[in-house]
Design a protein around this ligand. Structure first.
Ligand code: HXC
Length: 262
């Protein structure tokens, strides 16, 4: 018997991959198996130099991801809970540091571990029906896939504490207001908008894309002097590429550049 895949992979075009978490009946809840499959797919994508942007979304109309799987967590002891949290954190950090940009297409509930997954992406686009929150406090726990660390950096300490302490679920509009997401779009337009954005990103040279992501992520944690130094070093590397010459020549010749990722 072949078991159904927990992560569906589809190419939207030659350079944009879509990963869809496929447990719609359980609101795409994350258990170890889902996390492992997601991790494997991402590692495969990272090896494939032709893929330049990844979209992560959930199956079904209702949820991006409803959280970590409560059924699989209920009877965990301390050691198992620690392993689960460590592994979830490892996957989220892997996503955050994936060389290529990652867009979360949030098509419904993004709760608990589901919100933490979205927080690991570079860009978050949500449909109008999406809902956000960290309801872990209602289960006698608190976020364990990096939410206590990423949420304050994204929405500020005060808003992160409000969300984590109350467990309140907020609308897409409120999430936009709180700077939790980049954009809210009509439900039926979500994949079109996200695919368009991903394709736009993928049409750029992969060299400055990867360097910029690395410098932004690494520099964010550092004093400005260190960050600026990283920026200068990586910025100047672009000048050893054909794509920099092509980009600037194309501008001066008033035409569109053709990038070769070289
Ligand atoms: C397991 C889940 C689930 C979850 C939903 N389901 N969320 N199963 N884990 N996180 C299942 C339900 O049990 C149900 O299964 C089916 O999905 C549909 O959900 P319903 O509850 O019937 O839908 P609805 O009434 O519309 O309510 C939607 C909802 C609710 C508000 C999102 O499902 C809900 O509150 N879910 C839990 C959200 C949550 O607490 N997330 C944080 C988890 S802790 P059946 O079989 O009955 O049809 C976490 C920790 C991360 O994420 C860190 C770990 C280290």
């Amino acid at each position: 018997m072949t078991s159904e895949k927990l992560i569906l992979k589809e190419m939207k075009n030659d350079s944009v991959a879509l990963l869809k978490i496929n447990r719609p009946k359980a609101l795409n809840a994350l258990n170890v198996e889902v996390l492992k499959e997601l991790y494997n797919e991402l590692q495969e994508i990272e090896k494939d130099e032709t893929v330049k942007c990844v979209i992560i979304t959930g199956s079904g109309e209702k949820a991006f991801v409803g959280g970590a799987d409560i059924g699989s967590m209920k009877d965990m002891d301390t050691v198992e809970a620690r392993k689960f949290s460590e592994f979830g954190n490892e996957v989220m950090t892997y996503i955050e540091n994936l060389k290529i940009p990652v867009i979360a297409a949030i098509n419904g509930y993004a709760l608990g571990g589901g919100l933490e997954l979205a927080l690991s992406a570079d860009i978050r686009i949500a449909s109008e029906n999406a809902k956000f929150g960290t309801p872990e406090i209602n289960l006698g726990i608190f976020p364990g896939f990096g939410g206590t660390q990423r949420l304050p950096k994204i929405v500020g300490l005060h808003k992160a504490k409000e969300l984590i302490f109350t467990g309140e679920i907020i609308t897409a509009e409120d999430a936009k207001e709180a700077n939790l997401i980049n954009k809210v779009v009509k439900q039926e337009e979500l994949m079109e908008v996200v695919t368009k954005m991903a394709s736009k990103i993928a049409s750029k040279s992969s060299i400055p894309l990867k360097l910029a992501k690395q410098v932004i992520n690494r520099g964010y944690e550092e004093p400005i002097e260190t960050g600026s130094l990283m920026e200068t070093s990586s910025f100047s590397v672009c000048f050893s590429t054909e794509d920099q010459k092509e980009g600037m020549e194309a501008f001066l010749e008033n035409r569109k550049p053709t990038f070769k990722d070289k």
